[in-house]
Design a protein around this ligand. Sequence first.
Ligand SMILES: Cc1cc2nc3c(=O)[nH]c(=O)nc-3n(C[C@H](O)[C@H](O)[C@H](O)COP(=O)(O)OP(=O)(O)OC[C@H]3O[C@@H](n4cnc5c(N)ncnc54)[C@H](O)[C@@H]3O)c2cc1C
Length: 478
Amino acid sequence: MQQKPQPARADPDIPARLASIVGEAQVLTSEDDVAPYCREPRDLWHGRPAAVVRPATTGEVSAILAFAHAARVAIVPQGGNTGLVGAQVPDESGAEVVLSLERMRAIRDIDPDGATMIAEAGAVLEELHAAAEEAGLFFPLSLGAQGSCRIGGNIATNAGGTGVLAYGNTRDLVLGLEVVLADGRVWNGLRRLRKDNTGYDLKHLFIGSEGTLGVVTAAALRLFPAPKGRAVAIAATQSPAEALTLFRRFSAAAGANLTGFELMPRIGMEFIVKHLEGARDPLGDAYPWYALIEISSGRSEEEAASLMQATLEEAFEAEELLDAALATSLAQASEFWRMRHGLSEVQRPEGGSIKHDVSVPVAKVPEFLERASAAVTERIAGARPVPFGHLGDGNIHFNVSQPVGADKAAFLARWDEVAAIVHGIVMELSGSISAEHGIGRLKRELLKEVKSEVELDMMRAIKRAFDPNNILSPGRML
Ligand SMILES: Cc1cc2nc3c(=O)[nH]c(=O)nc-3n(C[C@H](O)[C@H](O)[C@H](O)COP(=O)(O)OP(=O)(O)OC[C@H]3O[C@@H](n4cnc5c(N)ncnc54)[C@H](O)[C@@H]3O)c2cc1C
């Protein structure tokens, strides 16, 4: 049986009903007030909400959902509004309510002995980093949007980022959750246990559910010993295949201490130098590909640096790299990472960019890059592939910038055509059409093509069981 969508209702009483729960000041309806909640980073969707509601407690979230469930009002949870698939912004119906978690940002507790932290959904990722550091610990989730994205959004998207190689996805960092269900009931699953085999592990259903199954209000998170030293280098290679060989060498040398291995093409470096304020080419000459490598040490800076130095030398002797620069200070190490994180934004001044967030088995990354780049440039002469990302996870952001001087709108109008080519190659290589950003509205139709009927049936059954009135983010993902 298919999920039966409920009609969207633009009920004029909605703001007043919400105000009776959270107070008038926390229900926004004017065009100016709601505007920031309706624009998303890529400016692809433009919606308008019935209201934006900003609860401060789990109890208020519960009352809002109980009302919405009974009145069949659509609710779209929103954290930092940095999501890249259009799931967190309202649609054009004017009937959806954006439920912003931004006021629920308390860090309820840190347990240094158990290395856990309980944080509310609206806590900004960077605030969690700071709080963990203050307790002498480390929270490893790290992404370009960390100054704005919130942990509830990270959980709802199962965010990846640059720490996945050593610490896993967000899924691997969550021990327990507090969730308000679609009908308003609260599930307190804030357990801090590493071992708990008492039936279905329900938290995993909410992680990566993109707001379609429940509203996450708090999470118990895993913390780690803070590394005592880090060494960061940028190495140049001739090709992605050579970068992969280099990755294997570093993986073998550093094991779990290899905490970053990011691939960047020359064109990306050119964009960085051109558009990222203060950035300079880290190596004297231009090279076809670059790997940003990070090694951490639980003992000292010196240990990290000497392992990095020795492994770079071995790789150089084995002719696996062309050149390398090892950061000689913390400031330079941060600068290397700033350049990597800046890669998303420096594509903007170059005009339209058609983006793909894909993964393939790690060994297939070079083949994927070669085939996808050739196919795309054959279809659109002058198109400029800017593929970069987490080589060690097989996750490439295969972005394609418009030809120089081309019409931006005309180029972007070819998004589906280009995506079909890229995703076709991804599927042939047994990869995924969404490695970290999710499905949302951007890839909803695509999901039907890449999942089997059996898998889609199971997903729909879960959605029906958790949200029978289909009020949570309707039309997203499924
Ligand atoms: C510059 C930049 C770099 C990025 N880099 C990465 C990267 O490296 N890796 C990566 O994975 N992503 C990346 N992203 C995407 C984005 O930052 C992540 O998806 C992030 O986890 C979203 O968090 P948010 O708080 O902004 O969520 P939002 O954008 O507000 O919401 C995202 C989704 O989560 C749902 N949601 C939000 N809060 C809750 C909640 N409390 N309960 C239930 N559902 C909720 C929303 O409904 C929506 O479906 C990047 C984005 C930008 C702009």
